[in-house]
Design a protein around this ligand. Structure first.
Ligand code: FE
Length: 354
């Protein structure tokens, strides 16, 4: 029957028919391979923003790679990775603070990856030199001051907060917090452990109350008149200023932003970032997702979601961040923060900063 049908066609038609059949089979092969490489990528993240979800959807649309997200706080995610070991489904760990990423790295939970695109888009200071983790967004740890009571000209450096003029006027959260540990690690990196202890002791004795609460709580207290200056991460002021609670928005209006150490090493900065997990099953997809997130277009959006700065210099700063103004950032490689983390914890302890 087939022969009869074929014999009715001219030889050239037959040739086209055969070539097309091979073509179809080749297409099917390509599709199968595409499915196998497209697959999925599993993310353990502390971030919980709608903007992130929208970016992941855009990524899936572009690449066909499905993004599965598990959300929890950073320390929980690190513990989970430890207990799951080789069986962990996670391909990427996304968390805040280089100090935490170094902790995950030192616990053997991450792997080194090489990507020219990541190296091009993320400045060297903001990634681990061997590729264990990469910064995705940037924040500074700054002074939030009471506009009604503090002349910003009286502010200068982190070091100056140790002076007696600030007695009873400073607020900061506890030393168990990684942000404070990283700030003190940066002070150790540029001076010494002894100087870090002396600084922490003096700043602790200048506090208006024992360390407690979150960065936002420090700013609420400054707005309420309990103290004049709080040490906080930039994005928390953005969160306060756009809060659904009118009292928080009112507090934010009373707060000014001061970037310390502008005449010297620059303000202490940190990142939220990500590393490919040691036992990732979708390593290539994880790298592809990281590469997508550091492109300038995504950077503006990814950073904006949490009132942060893009790590890619070509990303856009949101209007609120532009209002705070440009600032000089400390150029310390952020992997150094992890290196001095234990020394910082010890220094806080010796200084009596609970
Ligand atoms: Fe935070």
């Amino acid at each position: 029957m087939t022969m009869i049908i074929i014999s009715r066609f001219k030889p050239i038609t037959l040739l086209i028919f055969i070539l097309c059949s091979f073509g179809l089979r080749a297409d099917a092969e390509t599709d199968k391979r595409k499915l196998e490489t497209e697959g999925e990528v599993n993310l353990y993240t502390h971030r919980h923003y709608e903007a992130d979800e929208a970016l992941f959807a855009r990524f899936t649309e572009k690449t066909g790679i499905k993004v599965n997200v598990v959300k929890a706080n950073a320390d929980e995610l690190i513990e989970r990775l430890k207990s799951e070991g080789e069986a962990s489904p996670a391909d990427l760990l996304v968390t805040a603070d280089a100090g935490r990423l170094v902790r995950a790295q030192e616990a053997g939970l991450l792997q080194a990856v090489k990507s020219e695109k990541l190296e091009d888009c993320v400045p060297a200071q903001l990634r681990e030199p061997d590729g264990y983790w990469f910064g995705l967004t940037l924040r500074a740890r700054i002074f939030a001051y009471a506009k009604a009571r503090v002349n910003p000209a009286s502010l200068s450096t982190y070091e100056a907060l140790a002076q007696p003029v600030w007695k009873g006027r400073i607020l900061a959260r506890s030393s168990s917090n990684i942000y404070n540990q990283s700030l003190l690690a940066s002070i150790i990196a540029q001076s010494s452990e002894e100087q870090a202890v002396a600084w922490a002791r003096a700043v602790r004795s200048n506090m208006a109350r024992p360390p407690q609460g979150s960065d936002r709580d420090q700013m609420r207290a400054v707005a309420a008149g309990l103290a004049d200056v709080a040490i906080v991460n930039t994005y928390y002021l953005g969160i306060l200023a756009t809060s659904s609670d009118p009292a928080d928005r009112k507090s934010a209006e009373k707060i000014g932003v001061f970037f310390p150490n502008q005449g010297g090493r620059g303000a202490h900065i940190n990142i939220s970032g990500a590393g490919v997990t040691r036992h990732a099953k979708n390593t290539e997809n994880a790298i592809t997702l990281l590469e997508f997130l550091v492109e300038s277009e995504q950077q503006s959006e990814f950073a904006r979601a949490n009132f942060e700065y893009p790590v890619n210099p070509e990303g856009q700063r949101s209007p609120l961040l532009k209002k705070w103004g440009a600032f000089k950032a400390d150029t310390l490689n952020l992997s150094e923060l992890g290196k001095y983390n234990q020394a910082a914890v010890k220094a806080f302890d010796l200084a009596g900063w609970e």
